[in-house]
Design a binder for this molecule. Sequence first.
Ligand code: GYE
Length: 326
Amino acid sequence: MLRKKILAVGAAAMLAMGLAACGNSDTGDKAADDGKIVLGFSQVGAESGWRTANTISIKESATKAGIELKFDDAQQKQENQIKAIRNFIQQKVDVIAFSPVVESGWDTVLKEAKDAKIPVILTDRAVDSQDTSLYKTFIGSDFVKEGKLAGEWLVKETAAATGPVNIVELQGTTGSAPANDRKKGFADAIAGSPNLKVIASQTGDFTRAGGKAVMEQFLKANPKIDVLFAHNDDMGLGALEAITAAGKVPGKDIKIITIDAVKDGMQALADGKFNFIAECSPLLGPQLMDLVKRVKAGETIPTRILTEEGTFTPEQAKAALPTRAY
Ligand code: GYE
């Protein structure tokens, strides 16, 4: 019994020593050795084509800019992002950037970064923190505008409709900025058209599997669906399978509006399965690296940097596809 205990204590001590040794190693601390700027980046996950393109953009542009990137994939969990940010603080990186999976609950960890004097840049998604001194800038799209563009297209498209137009909505990740804002922008745009009605609205978590599963439920519960508004291409692509399996023709029996304009979405649009896409660019890497350098140099940067984007109809998608970067 006693022997076992001694062994256990010994093992724990060795483990602790091992860990300590790890902490002192070259990779554990910031790479002061070669003078490179070290950027800690916490990514949401790998939930969509948009996210994959965004991750590639960030990794490629870090390499190009000569910035050492510590990249962490949070698998769509806020607790993992908080853990990653705390690790970055411990490693004394020069700058932290992250794409917050949800809007709320960041104040404590952002305060920890501020106390450690590590500047933070928000990319892609916003936080709802009241204290804006907790981050330097927010670079990304105007999600309310994207939802609005989607809604405005539908209002025009259905201008001649006499009866009710039944809409189902696939929302993005619950509590995320793009889900909250796209829902709001769309609702605002259709508010003046009483025949346009959202009859069901649920989250599909921005994934194809989620889009398919929720669309199956929508189709079972609602005999008449005229329009699907999906908060991203991937959920729309998943929903296509459910719609076809239910014996309906996507793009005709059910009009489909999505957001992102990644290649697979653009292909569906060019094929007439989708009807309209509002673009959301994932290519944030080059601008982010530029900002990292400027923040590190102590420059003052604008507190909000907007991404520029447009919209696509099937004809425009056909024309754009051959040279589409993502
Ligand atoms: O639209 C969706 C992704 O935050 C803008 O996240 C991003 C959204 C994007 O999963 O496809």
